[in-house]
Design a protein around this ligand. Structure first.
Ligand code: SF4
Ligand code: SF4
Length: 341
């Protein structure tokens, strides 16, 4: 697992604790949580916290650290043992990722139950949570039997077996649909759109003794890569045909590049580090495109930062009801799937 984020208002209804797991089946060019892609623990170094004492160099049993302009990490030699993290007096070295049983996760999550209220609960997210289907099934099952509301956040890129297992005890599924064009989807995410859509239908339609799931769909809107009205119309047509009865809301998440520091801390270049924010009028036009294609206006909204008159987070069209029913507004929030913005 990566971390538990508390008091979240963006990963389902009410106040929630979100359990982020490591390991993803997609490689989205715009990924906001690059630390969640690899299933292995990963070390990051924050220069602003480093005291320059050199304690970490001698603590590392694998000689994976050296001194350059800052602390250099030889990621091929680092096995994630955590010795340097424990030794560092400044808190400059931090491991992303640790092992945890479902029982341990539930015990930790249940400490938060006093703030869940009647609508909130726990969301399991990723990375791609379904890659750890047994863990997710057990964790959500235990939480549900404790009376805690449960949600699964997935990109749908996994086997049917893993998806159904992971979703079994989820009251709600947050489902990413990132495009309607298979070639562009493959180019931008590395994943097969047919698998994503097939898995969506599995959840959205009842079958035998399996009831249809409540679903909230999310679509990232990325400048120049995935931001056309045609793309939104394509997704809308799919949702009208396959999700009209299960999808309670559809959220268009405007891109931001606040996560660029995380790429830097992982020692990676990010092609979108200097990309601009979306324009609020353009986000409005995407909502219009979805409505034109037949999607109900009271079940779509957009969120996220936009460039509008030199400011970000400018509110549009008055004050909305939080949640469903708003045609277009901006909550000054990054896309709901962001861990740290
Ligand atoms: S996590 Fe372990 S192996 Fe990796 S740099 Fe730190 S001490 Fe060395
Ligand atoms: S132990 Fe921590 S503070 Fe000291 S040099 Fe290493 S990273 Fe910097």
């Amino acid at each position: 697992m990566l971390e538990i984020q508390r008091m979240s208002t963006e990963d389902g209804p009410g106040l929630r604790s979100t359990l982020f797991l490591k390991g993803c089946s997609l490689r989205c060019r715009w990924c906001h949580n690059p630390e969640s892609i690899s299933p292995k623990p990963e070390l990051r170094w924050s220069g602003s916290r480093c005291l320059g004492c050199g304690e970490c160099l001698s603590a590392c049993p694998n000689r994976a650290l050296s001194l350059g302009a800052g602390i250099r990490i030889d990621r091929g030699s680092c096995d994630g043992c955590g010795e340097c993290e424990r030794t560092c007096p400044g808190g400059a070295l931090e491991l992303w990722g640790r092992s945890m049983t479902a029982e341990e996760a539930v015990a930790e999550l249940l400490r938060d139950r006093s703030f869940f209220g009647p609508d909130g609960g726990v969301t399991v997210s990723g990375g791609e949570a379904c890659l750890q289907a047994s863990f997710v099934q057990e964790t959500l099952g235990r939480l549900r039997s404790e009376g805690v509301g449960t949600a699964l956040d997935t990109c749908g890129m996994c086997t049917e077996f893993r998806l159904l297992r992971s979703a079994e005890h989820a009251d709600l599924v947050l489902y990413d649909i990132k495009d309607a064009d298979p070639d562009r989807h493959l180019r931008n995410t590395g994943g097969d759109l047919a698998v994503v859509l097939r898995n969506f239908r599995l959840l959205a339609r009842p079958s035998g003794d399996r009831a249809r799931k409540r679903i909230w769909v999310r679509t990232p809107v990325i400048p120049g890569l995935a931001d056309s009205p045609g793309m939104i119309e394509g997704i809308a047509r799919f949702l009208v045909e396959s999700g009209a009865e299960s999808v309670e809301r559809w959220e268009l998440c405007a891109f931001n590049n606040l996560c660029r520091e995380k790429y830097r801390q992982l020692g990676e270049e990010w092609e979108l580090a200097a990309s601009p924010l979306m324009d609020a009028d353009h986000m409005d036009r995407l909502v219009d495109a979805a409505i034109r294609a037949g999607w109900p206006a009271d079940r779509i909204r957009w969120t996220g930062m936009t460039a509008a008159g030199g400011t970000v987070g400018k509110e549009r069209l008055g004050s909305p009801e939080p949640g469903i029913g708003r045609r277009s507004w901006n909550e000054e929030a990054p896309c709901a799937r962001d861990r740290n913005g």
